[in-house]
Every structure is written in structure tokens, then in C-alpha cells.
Design a protein around this ligand. Structure first.
Ligand code: ADP
Ligand code: TZD
Ligand code: MG
Length: 578
């Protein structure tokens, strides 16, 4: 039969007989655009898509929960400047991925959430399809752009739009809705190939206007107490050399936001990280590069910023960011690489140093603060306090500056941020703009996969719990991840008691939990560390061997403070406690 059928159409050219389908077109669209990894969870209707993508040479990392796959995709976007791709099933899988999509958008990370969806006709008539949900409508307010592809011949253009939307301008999250029926749609292979689109220059340079550059430099030159603040947009831009040249040529003290730490080393003589309150309060001209004046910078006003009049230069790709909180005296709209290059060019050969009394005052403050902290990192107290344990991790990172540090928690986050100096760009990955708990394991997995480097994840015990099941994923893919849990028996502290004497207090966990046993359950290395020495030995061994390791670092349950360093944001009841 088959032979007869072929024999009947001898004149037809081979290409026209060849067929392709939605599955293949999706995979080819991803490959054509250089997507090497998909993070996701399989199930109807995307199980075969994952299998076929794997067979076609794309790395498909299967997670235990879509939220973690989504966080992995988000941070892959930050690390590579290409959209990280997260693949989920319909309704519940989609919703699980959505938190990460919103997180990516909020943090300006390029990411694409690709979700299978149910039959349009049934969804739109609300007739109760399997996992029925109008996903496109739900995704829209939470991302930068959202698209649905209904026809196989539009898969190419759909992915091109998604990629460009994610990485151009201010990067963000994009949702791509692929209904189940699309995957099986068949079309002529040659026409299919022609329908694919390779995105050319996905994030075009945006050159700043020369008068804006001049305005910024005139203001900087007039400053008596200038400051540069580098944010994670500056880290994302991968303009590391130009940024370093600009900072050094200007001679201005710089303050790195959390994920911009290491863009220039924290030990750089101009780094004002250890003099944060002083420089924010006393500076008169502040150059913001890839950082927003949101809550993390007290909206550019109020007590944090002191009495001294401030003028701001802001370098950002998003024009609407200007004047979002306070007047921006010199807006510099463009991509950071182009803006910093233009600033450097316009500075010419010689640039006046900032006033010596300011630079001197900042470095004295910084040296004072560093000297004050030093003895605390030597603490050998048992049970360990945060500083004793962080003293160990601080040395580990100093000895391995190319390792990637993932960090979440409250005290475990805020104290680690201050304690652990970073030496290279994009090596510190943390909770970001929302201060979200749960990024830990997704970030650690993607960091290991995208960079091939060793990863050290410093986790509060609560924070870890949000993504803890992914230790199985880490063991399964044998990733070089060392997790250190700051186990203080709870959220902020492990000492709260419920005055009613019934259930445990809302902030405490099972006392003396052994998270290290979780790792052993999946064949990884588990260590219980009760002293700084034990911790040091275990972390060094893990970072040397690259074996998946979880260290349960036992921390004094009384050592932490409420909400770490942001306790002031807690609303307080004005009524007396009963
Ligand atoms: P942080 O939390 O570190 O202070 P934010 O996330 O608040 O940083 O700010 C990052 C800023 O960087 C955003 O306003 C974003 O528009 C901007 N940005 C991101 N990438 C680029 C780029 N390539 N060029 C210019 N600005 C960028
Ligand atoms: N849920 C989510 C998704 N994000 C959050 N930020 C919170 C809840 C609230 N929250 C914090 O802001 S920090 C934190 C929670 C639950 C955990 C702090 O406990 P930890 O760290 O064990 O991780 P420390 O060292 O005990 O302070
Ligand atoms: Mg804790």
C-alpha cells in the first residue's frame, strides 16, 4: 500500500512531501534562536515537547515544581542576557510558573513562560475542559507582553515576538500560550522552515543624546560630594570594563546594590559599601546606573537621604523610570553600555578628581566600619551566631571569587550581604526587588547549568523550605551546588512562644531539624555543622569536590532579629497587647 501511494506521485519534489508539525516547529524555533536550555515540569500537553526537545539536543531540566523552574529561567535570563525559557502544563502548572514570570518582570530579567493550554473553543465557552483556564488573560497584567499562537505557521513569528519583547528595552517576562492542538498541527516542512524567524539584534543599542550626556557630566563636575550607585541593571548590561573605567576615571565613591556587588570588587578602594548610610545621607550629586529609586533606596528621599540637597543623574533604558520618585536633574536614557561609553568619551583625557575631603571622609568611615566588624567574623561561639558562620563563608568566597553565591532569608540574607565580599560581576544572586523567598534552589540550579561554576547557596531555614524539594533535582543532575542552611529553628528567630500555649508560635519550626538528611535521601552529601570549624571543613570539601552537598549549620535560635534589617517595614498595632 505504502509503496503504491508513493509510486502514484512520482513527479512531486521531495521537499513538498515532507511534513512537519507544531512540536518540531517549536523546537526548531528555539534552536534557531540559540535557546540551549528549557526549565520546566512535564505533563499534558507538553510531555512530548520536552522529550523531543531533549532528543534534539536542547537541555531540558525537569523540576519538581514549576515555580522553581520559573525562577531558574528568570535568573538564566539575568546571567546570559537571553530569555530563560520555562515550560509548563496548563492551568495549575501555568499558575505555578506565573509567580516567577511576575518576578522576572519586576526585576527586569528576560524570561519566557511557555505554557500548554486547553482547547480554545471549550475554554471560551467555559464548558469545562481539562485544566480549563483563560491563561492569556490572566498572564497579561503580570508580564511585559503575552502572545498566543493558534496556527503552526505562526510558531516562528510567535517565538520571535516573545524573544524580542523579553530582551529589548527594559527586559522582562513574556508569556507564550500554546494550545494543545497546535503541537499536532501538520504543515509542509519546507513552508514550516521558511516560517521560522531568527531574531536579528534582539536588544538593539539605544544611544543616548549628546546633550543629555553633557548635562550629566556638567552636573557630576559641579558636585562636591558625588556618589555613583550601581544596580542590577548595570550587572545585567555586561558592560563591566566600561563601568569600571567610568568609576575609576571619575574617582567617585560607588555603592553597589545587592546584585551589583562584585561589578567592581567590594574591596576596591572606591567602594562605599561599608559606608552606605554616610554616602546616602551626605552626597550631593548621585549617579544612578541601572538602579531604581524604589523602596530599596528609600525612594530617593527622607531620613536615609539626609538634609543635604541632592541632584540625580539617572542612566536607564526605560524613559518612564525618570522622575518616578524624585526629580531627575540629568536623565540619561539609553542602554548602559552605550551610555557609559558616551560618558567616557565625553570625559576626554583628563577628569578632575572629586574633592579630597569627601573621598577621604568616605574611606575613613568605611575603614572604621570594616575594622569594627572584623572581630565579629572570628567568633567561635557555639551555638554559632550569624557572624561566626558568615566569617567562614566570607573566606570561602574570597578564596573562590568565581563561585556563584545564591542568597535568601531574612537575617541569613541581610547579614550575608554585608559580610560576604564579592569580587566578580554577576556572582551574587538573591531575592531581588520583591525580597521573595523561594528563589534559592531554582537560582542555584540555573547558575550551575548556565555558567558551569560552583554554586554556594546560603539559605535561611524558612527560605530554603520554599524550594527545598529541588535538592532531588540537584542530585539528579549532579550539579556542583553546596547549600548551607542557617538553621535557627524558624523565621527570624526560633525562640518565639505562642502566649495561648496551644499550637507552636507562627514563626517557629521543629527544633533541631536535620535538613542534611534530606540531601542524603537522594544520594547527596549531608553534613550537620555545629561549629565554625566543622562548617569550614564541610564547605571547602563541597566546593572542592563539586558534589551536591547540604550543610545544616546550627545557628543560635536567639541570634536573629525581626525581619533582618527591614524590621521597620512591619506595621505595628497601636493597641496594647492583651
Ligand atoms: P537594583 O534592585 O539593583 O537597585 P533595579 O532592578 O531597581 O536594580 O533597577 C534595574 C534598572 O536597570 C531598571 O530600571 C532597568 O530598566 C535598567 N536596565 C536593565 N538593563 C538595562 C540596560 N541594558 N541598559 C540600561 N538600563 C537597564
Ligand atoms: N513569602 C514569600 C514568597 N516571600 C517573603 N519574603 C515572605 C513570605 C516573608 N518572609 C520574609 O520576608 S523573610 C522570611 C519570610 C517568610 C523568612 C525568614 O526566615 P529565614 O531567615 O529562616 O529564611 P532568618 O535567618 O531566620 O532570618
Ligand atoms: Mg531562620
Amino acid at each position: 500500500m505504502a509503496e503504491a501511494a508513493v509510486a502514484k506521485t512520482p513527479a512531486e519534489p521531495k521537499a513538498e512531501q515532507e511534513l512537519t508539525d507544531g512540536f518540531h516547529l517549536v523546537i526548531e524555533a528555539l534552536k534557531l534562536n540559540g535557546v540551549k536550555t528549557i526549565y520546566g515540569v512535564p505533563g499534558i500537553p507538553v510531555t512530548d515537547l520536552g522529550r523531543m526537545a531533549q532528543a534534539a539536543g536542547i537541555r531540558v531540566i525537569s523540576f519538581r515544581h514549576e515555580q522553581n523552574a520559573g525562577y531558574a529561567a528568570a535568573i538564566a535570563g539575568f546571567l546570559t542576557r537571553k530569555p530563560g525559557v520555562c515550560l509548563t502544563v496548563s492551568a495549575p502548572g501555568f499558575l505555578n510558573g506565573l509567580t516567577a514570570l511576575a518576578h522576572a518582570t519586576t526585576n527586569c530579567f528576560p524570561m519566557i513562560l511557555v505554557s500548554g493550554s486547553s482547547e480554545r473553543e471549550i475554554v471560551d465557552l467555559q464548558q469545562g475542559d481539562y485544566e480549563e483556564m483563560d491563561q492569556l488573560a490572566i498572564a497579561k497584567p503580570l508580564c511585559k507582553a503575552a502572545f498566543r499562537v493558534l496556527h503552526a505557521q505562526d510558531i516562528g513569528i510567535g517565538f520571535a515576538r516573545a524573544i524580542r519583547a523579553a530582551v529589548s528595552g527594559r527586559p522582562g517576562g513574556v508569556y507564550l500560550d500554546l494550545p494543545a492542538k497546535l503541537f499536532g498541527q501538520v504543515m509542509n516542512a519546507e513552508a514550516g522552515r521558511k516560517s521560522l524567524v531568527k531574531v536579528i539584534d534582539a536588544a538593539p543599542a539605544q544611544i543616548p543624546a549628546s546633550d543629555a550626556v553633557k548635562r550629566a557630566l556638567d552636573l557630576l563636575k559641579s558636585a562636591r560630594r558625588p556618589l555613583i550607585i550601581l544596580g542590577k541593571g548595570a550587572a545585567y548590561a555586561q558592560a563591566d570594563d566600561a563601568i569600571r573605567d567610568f568609576v575609576e576615571k571619575s574617582g567617585v565613591p560607588f555603592l553597589p546594590m545587592s546584585m551589583a556587588k562584585g561589578l567592581l570588587p567590594d574591596t576596591h578602594p572606591q567602594c562605599a559599601g561599608a559606608a552606605r548610610s554616610t554616602v546616602l545621607k551626605d552626597s550631593d550629586v548621585v549617579v544612578l546606573i541601572g538602579t531604581r529609586l524604589n523602596w530599596l533606596l528609600s525612594h530617593g528621599k527622607g531620613k536615609t537621604w539626609g538634609e543635604a540637597a541632592k541632584k540625580f543623574v539617572q542612566v536607564d533604558i526605560e524613559p518612564k523610570e525618570m522622575d518616578s520618585n524624585v526629580e531627575i536633574a540629568a536623565p540619561l536614557v539609553g542602554d548602559i553600555a552605550s551610555c557609559v561609553a558616551a560618558l567616557l568619551a565625553a570625559m576626554g583625557g583628563k577628569w578632575p578628581s572629586p574633592p579630597a575631603d569627601w573621598v577621604g571622609a568616605v574611606s575613613r568611615k568605611r575603614e572604621d566600619n570594616i575594622a569594627k566588624m572584623a572581630p565579629r567574623f572570628m567568633s567561635n561561639a557555639v551555638p554559632m551566631d550569624y557572624y561566626g558562620a558568615l566569617g567562614v563563608l566570607r573566606s570561602v568566597v574570597k578564596e573562590r571569587p568565581d563561585a556563584i553565591l545564591v542568597n535568601e532569608g531574612a537575617n541569613a540574607l541581610d547579614l550575608a550581604r554585608g559580610a560576604i565580599d564579592m569580587y566578580q560581576p554577576r556572582k551574587r544572586l538573591d531575592v531581588g526587588t520583591w525580597g521573595v523567598m523561594g528563589i534559592g534552589m531554582g537560582y542555584a540550579i540555573a547558575a550551575a547549568i548556565e555558567t558551569g561554576k560552583r554554586v554556594l547557596a546560603v539559605e535561611g531555614d524558612s527560605a530554603f523550605g520554599f524550594s527545598g524539594m529541588e535538592v532531588e533535582t540537584i542530585c539528579r543532575y549532579r550539579l556542583p551546588v553546596c547549600i548551607v542552611i542557617f538553621n535557627n529553628d524558624g523565621i527570624y528567630r526560633g525562640t518565639d512562644a505562642n502566649p495561648a500555649g496551644t499550637d507552636p508560635a507562627t514563626t517557629v519550626f521543629v527544633k533541631g531539624s536535620r535538613y542534611d538528611k534530606m540531601m542524603e535521601a537522594f544520594g547527596g552529601v549531608g553534613v550537620n555543622a555545629t561549629t565554625p570549624d566543622e562548617l569550614k571543613r564541610a564547605v571547602n570539601e563541597a566546593m572542592d569536590s563539586g558534589k551536591p552537598t547540604l550543610i545544616n549549620a546550627v545557628i543560635d535560635p536567639a541570634a536573629g532579629s525581626e525581619s533582618g534589617r527591614i524590621g521597620n517595614l512591619n506595621p505595628q498595632s497601636v493597641l496594647k497587647k492583651k
